[in-house]
Design a binder for this molecule. Structure first.
Ligand code: P5A
Length: 440
């Protein structure tokens, strides 16, 4: 992509209406713009990141055996009357009337809708177990929308729902999602720690929140640093392996991690002091097991092996896809701007000409751009006739993992500069070896 043709509104000054660093950087680097309180438009760069995050979430859900679908954002009030949550949900629910005066709402979550869909189609025990998910916009009329996309009113969520014949099966589905979440966040380059949590308005009695440590987080957290060294993609850990999944759950629940809601001083004292981590955290995911709560209320049952009806056990599993954009920036930035982990970066390479009016520089950069694109390396090419320093400043702000810098002095000797955004390390390389490095 050529910057000269991009809609890439970069702000020089720090916006005064943003309180936290990720929100400031998202506005400055032109990722989002607020269109109404807690509602954001995703500009091209922000949208690219959102799609990358969504795709990682999707791949890990698919790998875990969940099946993707898409449910609407607008739901009928009657659906929520069946579960009893229409009145219980309160002012956070955006209630709408259509032209026939029918009560509708903008969905804050989809337990009711999928339970009803599944109820109408699933007939026998052979239709279970199943896990279905979608990635769809939600609306919650938060009292205090703040911190940009971190606590918005409209936000993108991945929500999955599992249906099993009994509690043992439902727990396996829960453990499967637990592993999918750990892998999802690891791929995004963040350390999200699973913490025992309260179920709240979703109901049930088993739940975990996935929390990224950041000083501006909304909850207080306590955890054992052993979590930071665990590799969830290690050999021997796989979705099909029931015993392995149970062991994983054991490992996760016996290693200490809690929010202020679930904190237990009695267990905390047993964590060695050097491994104690405390601070504030951002909730990027939340998983729930709630048994037959919705199945009973909404009349979901299937015929069992012996003909006797079975009431399925359910769980639901959420990831804050749009919140993650902010959370990743909170966890990965410096004074100059965003530092994207490679897996979610809007582009991998930022190609910059130091002089847009120098013919050999431009010719070399144009050729590098064509070669990078041909090799499938996502490149943002700043081809504008603008001061080199200004261009490097916006590249730092936007935070692509690599900067490839072409200037008149270097190119006279066939040399370019390759900068690693995270370490700041710069290397002078020949055009060919820089290209080889980036395409390997
Ligand atoms: C689980 C999936 C649920 O709604 N039902 C379906 C369950 N859980 S949750 O914890 O309430 O939300 C899941 C994740 O969504 C993100 N999130 C938000 N992101 C941005 N702005 C908000 N206002 C907001 N509210 C929730 C969080 O990441 C949460 O973990």
């Amino acid at each position: 992509m050529r910057v000269s043709r991009c809609f890439l509104p970069v702000l020089k000054e720090s916006p005064s209406d943003a309180q936290i660093v990720s929100h400031k950087l998202m506005l400055r680097a032109g990722l989002v713009r607020q269109t109404a309180s807690g509602i954001y438009a995703w500009l091209p760069i922000g949208f690219r990141v959102l799609k990358k995050i969504e795709q990682i979430v999707r791949e890990e859900q698919d790998r875990a055996g969940a099946q993707e679908m898409l449910m609407p954002t607008i739901q009928s009030a009657d659906l929520w009357r069946e579960s009893g949550r229409y009145d219980a949900y309160g002012p956070e629910m955006l209630r709408i009337r259509d032209r026939h005066d029918r009560e509708m709402l903008y969905g804050p979550t989809n337990e009711e809708m999928l339970t009803a869909i599944f109820r109408d189609e699933a007939k026998s025990y052979r239709d279970l177990p199943r896990t279905l998910y979608h990635i769809q916009w939600k609306f919650r009329d938060e009292v205090r929308p703040r911190f940009g996309v971190m606590r918005g009113r409209e936000f993108l969520m991945k929500d999955a729902y599992s249906f099993d014949l009994d509690e043992a099966g439902a727990r396996l589905s829960y453990y499967t999602q637990l592993l999918a979440y750990l892998r999802t966040f690891q791929r995004m380059g963040i350390k999200a720690v699973p913490m025992r949590a309260a179920n709240g308005p979703i109901g049930g009695d088993l739940s975990h929140e996935f929390i990224v440590l950041a000083p501006t987080g909304e909850s207080e957290v306590f955890y054992d640093s052993a979590f930071e060294d665990m590799d969830w993609n290690r050999e021997g850990l796989s979705y099909g392996d029931e015993a392995g999944l149970r062991e994983l759950f054991e490992e996760v629940t016996t290693t200490y991690a809690a929010t202020d809601e679930t904190h237990d001083e009695g267990r905390w004292v047993d964590v060695p002091d050097v491994r104690k981590r405390t601070g504030r955290g951002i909730e990027v995911g939340h998983i729930f097991y709630f048994g037959d709560l919705y199945s009973v209320k909404m009349g979901l049952k299937v015929s069992g092996k012996d003909g006797i009806p079975v009431v399925p056990h359910m769980g639901s599993y959420g990831i804050g896809v749009s919140r993650l954009v902010g959370a990743i920036i909170e966890a990965s930035h410096d004074e100059a701007g965003i530092v994207w982990p490679e897996s979610v970066a809007p582009w991998t390479v930022g190609l910059v000409t130091m002089r847009g009016d120098d013919e050999p520089t431009v010719t070399a950069a144009e050729q590098l751009y064509r070669q990078l694109e041909a090799a499938g390396v996502e490149t943002l090419y700043d081809d504008r006739d603008e001061r080199g320093g200004v261009k490097l400043g916006s590249m730092d702000l936007i935070g692509l993992p690599w900067q490839l810098i072409v200037g008149p002095r270097g190119i006279a000797n066939n040399m370019v500069e390759l900068k690693n955004r995270r370490t700041g390390e710069k290397q002078e390389l020949s055009v060919e070896s820089a290209l080889a490095r980036l395409t390997s």
